[in-house]
Design a protein around this ligand. Structure first.
Ligand code: PLP
Length: 394
C-alpha cells in the first residue's frame, strides 16, 4: 500500500472517454505524459507529433486557432496560432518580422495598444515606424523604405470606423516584398476576410467578437503555414500562450459568431441611421451610412449589408455633451472594449484617446464629443429609444 500523499496524487486512473464528446475538451494541463525517454526525445525534436508543454502547444488552444483559420480562409490552406491576448499576438508578430534597424509602415488611426508597442517598445530596439493616413494609398507607398519589414493595417479603425483599401495596400506591400499584416478585430471574418484581399497575416483580439461574451481574453494570428510557423517559434520564446479555459470559452463563442455579428451589424446600421437624423447629433461615424468616406469601399470589400457593429456618435455641444450623453444612457452600459452581447459606450477623448490633445484629436478627425458605442444583441428599438432619451436630456 502506497502512502497517503502518493495515493492523493496518483489516484485511480481517470474514467476513459468511451465516445467523443460533442463539445471540445478543456485540456487544463501544463504538461503531457510520454511512453518512454525516446518518445520524449522524439516529440521534443519534432520527429514525432505530440504535445509536450502547454506554453508550447495545447490541444484546446490550438483547436481554437484552427477554428478561426477555417473561418478566415475558406480554401482551408491557412493555419493559425493562438495567443494570450490580441496584444500578445501583435507583439509576437512584430518581434517575428522585425530586427534592429527595421522599419514599419502603420496607420495613423492604429489601435492605441499597437501604437504603444511600436513607439514605446519596438523603438527601444531600433525599430522605427512611419504612421500614415491609411486611406491614402499613395502615402502608404511613399512611406516604404528599403528597410521596411512589414506593412500594418486595420480593416476598420477606431473610433472613426475608417475603412482600409486592403487590395491596394496589399499591392504596396507586395511590390515592396514585405508581409502585409491586417488587424481585423473590429470586423471579424463574418464581415471581411483580409486573406481574400491580399493580406499575408490576419490578426484578432479574440477578446472582442470572436469570443463575443466579454468573458475571455485571447488573440489569434492566421496565414500561410510557413509564415505562421515563424510566428509560432517567436510565440514560444515570448510566452504569450492562450490558456485552455479561455480557449474553451472562445471556441464556444465562435459557434455563434455568424449569428451574433450579422445581428449586431444590422442593429448598428439601424441605430446609426436613427442617430444621423437626430437634431442633437452633430456627426455619426459608421461605414454603413452612405455619407461615410469608407462606404463605397466597405460595400465592395465586406459581406453584403455588413459594416461592422461599432458606431461613433458626436452630439452637438462639445466635450461636456459627450460626457453627459454617456451618463444619460440607461440600457447601453458604461464600459470599454467591444464585441460583446451587451451594448456599451465610452467617451472617446477621455478614455481610449485620452493621451491626445485637442489639436491631435482634430487632426485625427475625432470630435471632442465623440462617444463610441459597441452594439450588442439587445433589440434595435430599445437601443434607439435609449440613445434618444439620453440625447433629449442634453
Ligand atoms: C483593434 C484592436 N487590436 C488589438 C487589441 C488588443 O487586444 P487585447 O485587448 O485582447 O490585448 C485591441 C483591444 O482593444 C483592439 O481594439
Amino acid at each position: 500500500m502506497t502512502g497517503e500523499g502518493t495515493r492523493a496524487v496518483h489516484g485511480p486512473a481517470p474514467r476513459p472517454v468511451l465516445q467523443d464528446p460533442v463539445t471540445p475538451a478543456v485540456h487544463r494541463t501544463t504538461t503531457f505524459l510520454f511512453d518512454s525517454a525516446q518518445h520524449t526525445a522524439d516529440v521534443f525534436s519534432g520527429a514525432e507529433p505530440g504535445w509536450s508543454y502547454s506554453r508550447v502547444d495545447n490541444p484546446t488552444a490550438s483547436g481554437f486557432a484552427d477554428a478561426v483559420a477555417a473561418l478566415e480562409d475558406r480554401t482551408g490552406v491557412a493555419t493559425g496560432q493562438p495567443f494570450a491576448s490580441g496584444s500578445a499576438a501583435t507583439a509576437t508578430v512584430l518581434m517575428a518580422l522585425c530586427s534592429a534597424g527595421s522599419h514599419v509602415v502603420a496607420p495613423q488611426q492604429v489601435y492605441g495598444g499597437t501604437w504603444a508597442l511600436l513607439t514605446r517598445q519596438l523603438a527601444r530596439f531600433g525599430v522605427q515606424t512611419t504612421f500614415v493616413d491609411a486611406t491614402d494609398v499613395a502615402a502608404v507607398a511613399a512611406a516604404v523604405r528599403p528597410e521596411t519589414a512589414l506593412v500594418w493595417a486595420e480593416v476598420l479603425a477606431n473610433p472613426s470606423m475608417t475603412v482600409t483599401d486592403l487590395p491596394a495596400v496589399a499591392a504596396v506591400a507586395r511590390d515592396a516584398g514585405v508581409p502585409f499584416v491586417v488587424d481585423a478585430t473590429f470586423a471579424s471574418p463574418v464581415v471581411c476576410r483580409p486573406l481574400e484581399h491580399g493580406a499575408d497575416l490576419v490578426l484578432h483580439s479574440a477578446t472582442k467578437y470572436l469570443g463575443g461574451h466579454s468573458d475571455a481574453t485571447g488573440g489569434v494570428v492566421v496565414g500561410a503555414p510557413d509564415l505562421v510557423a515563424r510566428i509560432r517559434s517567436v510565440r514560444l520564446d515570448l510566452g504569450g500562450a492562450l490558456a485552455p479555459d479561455e480557449a474553451f470559452l472562445l471556441l464556444r463563442g465562435l459557434q455563434t459568431l455568424p449569428l451574433r455579428v450579422a445581428r449586431q451589424c444590422a442593429t448598428a446600421l439601424e441605430l446609426a441611421t436613427a442617430l444621423a437624423a437626430h437634431p442633437k447629433v452633430l456627426r455619426v461615424d459608421h461605414p454603413g451610412l452612405p455619407d461615410h468616406p469608407g462606404h463605397a469601399l466597405a460595400s465592395r470589400l465586406f459581406d453584403a449589408g455588413r459594416y461592422g457593429a461599432v458606431i461613433t456618435v458626436a452630439p452637438r455641444g462639445g466635450r461636456e455633451a459627450g460626457l453627459r450623453l454617456v451618463d444619460g444612457l440607461r440600457l447601453v452600459e458604461r464600459a470599454t472594449s467591444l464585441g460583446g452581447t451587451h451594448s456599451n459606450a465610452v467617451h472617446v477623448p477621455t478614455t481610449t484617446h485620452k493621451d491626445m490633445d485637442p489639436a491631435s484629436l482634430a487632426a485625427a478627425g475625432i470630435d471632442e464629443a465623440a462617444v463610441r458605442i459597441s452594439i450588442g444583441l439587445e433589440d434595435a428599438a430599445d437601443l434607439v429609444a435609449d440613445l434618444e432619451q439620453a440625447l433629449s436630456a442634453l
